[in-house]
Structure formats: C-alpha cells, structure tokens
Design a protein around this ligand. Structure first.
Ligand SMILES: [Fe+2]
Length: 468
C-alpha cells in the first residue's frame, strides 16, 4: 500500500479466533484498517453504519450460514462493497453458490498472504474503477443536461431530452415524467421511457401520494418503496413536475445524489420552457385576434383563416402528420395572410378587378407576413408555410417561383386549403361555389398549381366526412 493515502477499510466476518488474529496481523501489516466481527447480524449492522471498501466473508461460520450475509445485502438501499468469500477446498461448490449470490471473488483456505493481498487489491481496484466510470458517466450526463437546457426551448423536446438522459443514466426498467396541471394541482403523465411487465404507470398522481415537500436538497429525491423512487422538479416557487423511476434492480446511492442536483436544474429548465411557450401562445393569440379584426373589416373574407386552418389540419391528418406538425400547420393557417395588414385597405378591399400594379403590391403580402412573424421566434416551418403559400408546383407562383419538391409541405397544404376556402366563399365578383365544383377545379389544377397528393388528401377527407 502507498503511504499518504486514506487507509482502505475492510470488514472481516470470521468467528475463529486464530484466523481472526491472522487477518488482523496481515491487514495491519499491509496498511488496511480492519474491523473483524464474528456474526452475520453484527456485520450487517456495521455495514449500515460505516462505509467499507471490501468485505471478507468466511462461509463456514459456526451455527450460521455465511451465504445469509449475501442474501441480506440484497435488501440494502445503497451500493454495497465487493465481497470476497473464504472457504475450504472441500467445499468449493459453496464458493460457486456465493458467486451466484453476488460475491465478487473467493479464496480457499489455507491461503497464502500473497494470495490474500492480491485478491483484496484486485477487488478494491476493480470496484474503484467501476465507480469512477459511473461517476464520469454522471458528470457527462450533467454536462449533457446543461446542453439540452441551453439549446432546447420547445417544451415537448425538452421533456423527451430530460427523460432520455436520466433513463440512460439511472437505467431503470421504466422512467416517467409527470407535469403539474395548474388548475387541479394534480400531476399528469407526459412521458414514459422503458417498460416493466409487473408495473403499470398511473396516468395521474396527486401531491398527497408523493409525501410532504420542503425545498431542501435532501428532499428532492424521495424513495417510494424498494422498487421505485421519485425526483421532484422544483420551479421558482413550487413543484412543477415529478420524475419517477421503477426498477427491479437496486439504485446506486451516488446516482440518487446526482439526481438531486438534476432535479433543481431540470425543474427550472422545464419551467422556463413552459413560460416561453405561454408567452408565444399569447403572442400568437394576440395576432390571431388581429387577423380576425382584419377579416371582419371585409364581409367576404370573414373567418377565412379559420376555414383555411380547418381544411389544412384535416389534410395534415390524412397525411398522417404528428400532433406537433398539426399544431404548426394550424398556427401557419391562421397567420398566413397577416402580411395583408401592410397593404392599403383600398387595394385589399377593392371590389373590382385589380390592376397589374395593384397585383404586384398584393403579391408582397407573403414577404410582409414573414417580416411580421420572424421576431416571434415561431418555428421555421410555420414561417415558411406562410411565405410560400402562393408558390405553384409548376414554378409559376410567388414570391420566389419555387417548384415541385422545393416548396415546403406545409406551404403546399396551405395553398390547397386557401384556394378551397376562397372558392367556397362568397366574393364581390362571383357567387360562392359548391364544394364539389371547387374540388373539380382543384383537380383540374393539380400538378400545375397544386400538389397532386395534397389535392388527393383533401378529396379523401371530404369524401370521408360525407359518409359520416
Ligand atoms: Fe395569401
């Protein structure tokens, strides 16, 4: 042993006084600190009170089966040191049993001093190395969490990122993230990762089930029972979420300590994302009411955006878009013509046909929409959908004359929904069309003005809703 280092502590379970003295001498000589006890129950008590780096267990204790010690270790909540079992040559199968029950290594009696010391050193080093590796993994996870917190502002992405990260770190059977509903104060399941055959996660949990809460580090991680624990996610004032873990394997105490640091960071990050989302939603709803007031000025375009949103989302559903995409599509549909705010009413509200010059001015509205929406940090695909909703698949649209696949999907959907809404609404210069006629018109222009697949999807939706 090198001098100057903290002495390693070894717990020896041995009831033969002669062998006890032998251990005492050898371990002292090799600078180990030894505690020698003669029964399993005393050893378990000592292990609960003190940290040991290694345990040496004699399997032939008088009146006691040494294997009981290994069984008792299974109920420990925290990590246990490696155990070397010591047995006579005649009962080598006991050593095999012990290894199956979790012992790290074995030595046979009578042992040489060299064999004992090299076995001790090997097991302590392996254990330390394993701990170091898991610490490095945890430090990397904390850095990763910081990266996620800084880079993600979308709450759904943040939930996924946080659950993935802690799942990979703690490796439970199942990880669950609950979010507090501000109206009821109850916690609703937002994300799960992993699965467990003997455990069905509750969809809603309430505060009373999760114990009392105090804003102390030690209270962030809370053990529910042997198989599960939870991490409370604190916002600035209150608990905003709960992470629960379920595992048939034992959780490591260092992992739980790291999770208490995580709990605070994750809580603040999720709260920030939630606040940002609320802020964006209120911006969007303010703009929507602006759109409504704009449309209300003109009896002919009243509820146009509402109708475009309805058909765009319907098309999106037929195409199998996910929830987030449908949300983006709805936002874009509401806001696609907001740029008309920047064009004079006398052109927008003109009841007769427009001059070339006036048409050129009208064609600027997608660019003006982009200018209005860009500072709002809306999703890129939402802004692009608005910017390109007048592009045509044959490249003859505006503002950029994009064609075919170069036109973003959401923009192509808006183009069809926008055209349909215009056709089935009354206009100063023509009567409103029946939906069947409008669809015929869209079909005629599919492949030229509109994307054929999108027109198909709209037809699918209209036919399906007719059958209902
Ligand atoms: Fe438009």
């Amino acid at each position: 042993m090198e001098s100057g280092k903290t002495k390693k502590r070894i717990l020896v379970i041995e009831d033969n006084i002669g062998v006890q003295n032998l251990y005492r001498d050898i371990l002292k000589k090799h600078s180990y600190e030894a505690e020698i006890l003669d029964s399993v129950s005393r050893a378990i008590d000592a292990l609960k009170k003190t940290n040991f780096d290694l345990v040496i267990l004699d399997l032939q204790l008088s009146g006691e089966d040494g294997l009981m010690f290994l069984d008792s270790l299974k109920s420990f909540e925290t990590a246990v040191p490696p155990v070397i079992v010591c047995t006579g040559m005649a009962s080598i199968e006991n050593a095999v049993d012990a290894m199956k029950k979790g012992a790290s290594d074995f030595i046979t009696k009578p042992f040489s001093v060299d064999a004992l010391i090299s076995t001790i050193e090997r097991n302590i080093s392996i254990n330390e190395l394993t701990r170091k590796i898991s610490e490095i993994k945890m430090i990397r996870s904390i850095l990763e969490l910081n990266r996620i917190i800084i880079s993600i502002t979308d709450i759904e992405d943040l939930c996924t990122g946080v659950v993935d990260l802690v799942y990979n770190l703690v490796k439970p059977d199942i990880a669950l993230l609950y979010f507090r509903d501000d109206d009821t104060g109850r916690f609703f399941l937002r994300r799960t990762k992993g699965s467990a055959s003997d455990f069905t996660p509750p969809v809603v949990i309430s505060l009373s089930e999760t114990g009392s809460f105090y804003r102390k580090n030690s209270d962030i991680v809370h053990r529910i029972d042997e198989k599960s624990f939870e991490v409370k996610l604190f916002g600035r004032k209150d608990i905003i979420g709960i992470l629960r873990f379920y595992s048939t394997e034992k959780f490591d105490d260092r992992e739980l300590n790291f999770l208490s640091v995580f709990g605070t960071q994750m809580g603040i990050a999720l709260e920030n994302a939630k606040l940002l989302q609320q802020l964006q939603e209120s911006y969007i709803s303010a703009i929507r009411s602006l759109v409504n007031s704009l449309e209300a000025k003109d009896a002919y375009t009243k509820n146009h955006s509402e109708q475009v949103a309805y058909y765009a989302v319907a098309i999106g559903k037929v195409l199998g878009l996910d929830h987030k995409s449908l949300e983006s599509l709805r936002n874009a549909a509401y806001l696609h013509d907001i740029g008309k705010l920047g064009i004079k009413d006398e052109i927008i509200l003109k009841k007769t046909s427009l001059s070339e010059e006036e048409l050129e001015i009208i064609k600027k509205h997608p660019l003006i929409t982009k200018e209005i929406l860009q500072p709002l940090k809306m999703r890129r695909e939402e802004i692009e959908a608005c910017l390109y909703h007048h592009e045509r698949v044959n490249g003859k649209g505006y503002p950029e004359g994009l064609s075919g696949e170069k036109i973003p999907l959401f923009a192509k959907i808006l183009a069809v929904a926008d055209a349909l809404s215009a056709m089935i609404s009354e206009r100063p210069y023509r009567k409103k069309m029946e939906i069947e006629d409008a669809i015929e018109e869209l079909k005629r222009n599919a492949g030229q003005q509109f994307d054929e697949n999108i027109v198909e999807a709209l037809i699918h939706f209209v036919e399906n809703s007719r059958q209902k």
